[in-house]
Design a protein around this ligand. Structure first.
Ligand SMILES: [Zn+2]
Length: 414
């Protein structure tokens, strides 16, 4: 009877009653077998570690305020009871990363109704989550899942590697990740081993422990840094024009160390120094957004600009953006098309498949004279127009013709 009582408590209350749980289970653990040593976990998240997701925070093994992960360094945060497998951005989250059952077992609890695009820490804990019981004595938790993505119900049997939901950012979460947590009947345990913590490796294929300095992603955006928009990857691009007021260089990195000096140097198309900004790291940072911005350079300096990013004396990234004199000013075209400036030319993207036999574009000067342009299809939803190199400043009309008719966009070259 005692056994049954404990099991029932576990099924329903293990998350909200963790503190009480330790006490309640103390009453009954002697009746239960120890952790089944034979269980090995498969990777609980889709993709490749170090490419699609990053093992940012391990468990904290320091019971005081200090930080100690499996290798006794600070790749964790105070009191962290699981492992965070972090996606690159909200944009990559939207492409849909699966969460898999780490081992065969029975689903105990699911919650699937919480908002999943949080960008600040909050008090909503695991958010949408699933817990699974393996071999009676081992429990896994999959937290912060996408609302409406959970594919299993309490009582369901699952196989190792079975898709059970999608990664997102519900609950106490500010960057999309899977929080993976493991419990025995009595204890929160770490499935990883390292130089400091060697209790049990529970992975069929162990993950690489990676603290190397690496650029995860980098680019430019046309707004003053705002972490909420940056994590969404809003308007990341490499071409800027008259309409833009700001050029921000940003990068997402891993493996920065306390005291590292990080600098971006901006250079003009003629390779002349323009501006630089340096930031000295106050702490180690295992997943870090870095940015610096300049006012958009004067339009008298078009061409290929360069940002050189250094950590200490090492050049770790060279990234270009293009200053172009083309600006689209009046959107008269249907919503199925979007037009943007790129350094390759004027890009036309369609939400529908473009039929090349009924689609054409023409560029007119303001007085109505057609200007010869090079037009090519890129895939089946995109066309690229190259303007003549010697085109003079002025107002132009770009006309798109398709099976539905013809639309025109006003276009200014500065
Ligand atoms: Zn976590």
């Amino acid at each position: 009877m005692l056994y049954k009582l404990c099991e029932a408590l576990l099924l329903h209350e293990i998350i909200s009653m963790k503190k009480q749980l330790l006490f309640i289970l103390w009453l009954c653990t002697s009746a239960l077998p120890l952790l089944a040593q034979s269980v090995k976990f498969v990777k609980p998240i889709e993709g490749v570690a170090g490419k699609d997701f990053y093992l940012v925070n391990y468990m904290d093994h320091d019971s005081t305020k200090g930080l100690k992960d499996i290798n006794c360094i600070d790749k964790t945060y105070d009191g962290h009871t699981g492992t965070d497998m972090v996606l690159r951005s909200f944009l990559s989250m939207d492409s849909g990363y699966a969460v898999y059952a780490a081992a065969k077992g029975k689903v105990m609890v699911t919650r699937d109704n919480m908002y999943d695009r949080n960008k600040k820490t909050n008090t909503n804990g695991f958010g949408n989550y699933i817990s699974i019981n393996h071999k009676d004595t081992l429990y896994t938790y999959y937290a912060h899942l996408k609302k409406g993505s959970i594919l299993v119900n309490p009582g369901d049997s699952v196989q190792a590697g079975q898709k059970i939901g999608l990664v997102a950012c519900s609950g106490n979460c500010f960057h999309p990740h899977l929080h993976f947590e493991v419990w025995t009947q009595t204890q929160n345990i770490d499935p990883f081993v390292g130089s400091c913590y060697k209790k049990q490796n529970l992975w069929a294929t162990p993950f690489k422990y990676d603290t190397s300095l690496k650029i995860i992603e980098a680019g430019f955006v046309p707004y003053v840094p705002n972490i909420d928009t940056l994590v969404e990857r809003f308007d990341v691009r490499d071409t800027f024009s008259q309409k833009d007021t700001i050029v921000t260089f940003w990068t997402l990195l891993q493996g920065l160390r306390q005291g590292d000096s990080t600098t971006v140097y901006w250079y003009t198309p003629g390779n002349t120094y323009w501006y630089s900004y340096t930031y000295v790291m106050p702490n180690n940072a295992w997943f870090f957004y870095w940015y610096s911005y300049i006012n958009r350079p004067p339009m008298t300096m078009p061409g290929k600009w360069t940002a050189y990013f250094y950590v200490g004396k090492n050049l770790v990234l060279t990234k270009n953006f293009y200053l172009t004199k083309n600006t689209m000013v009046e959107d008269l075209i249907p919503a199925t098309y979007s037009i943007s400036n790129t350094h390759e030319g004027v890009k036309i993207q369609s939400s529908e498949i473009i039929n090349p036999s009924s689609f054409s574009t023409t560029l007119f000067g303001i007085e109505g004279k057609a200007i010869p342009i090079n037009f090519s299809m890129v895939g089946d939803r995109e066309a690229l127009i190259q303007l003549p190199k010697n085109i003079s400043a002025g107002v132009y009309m770009l006309r798109l013709n398709d099976a539905k008719g013809s639309t025109t966009k006003k276009f200014i070259i500065w």
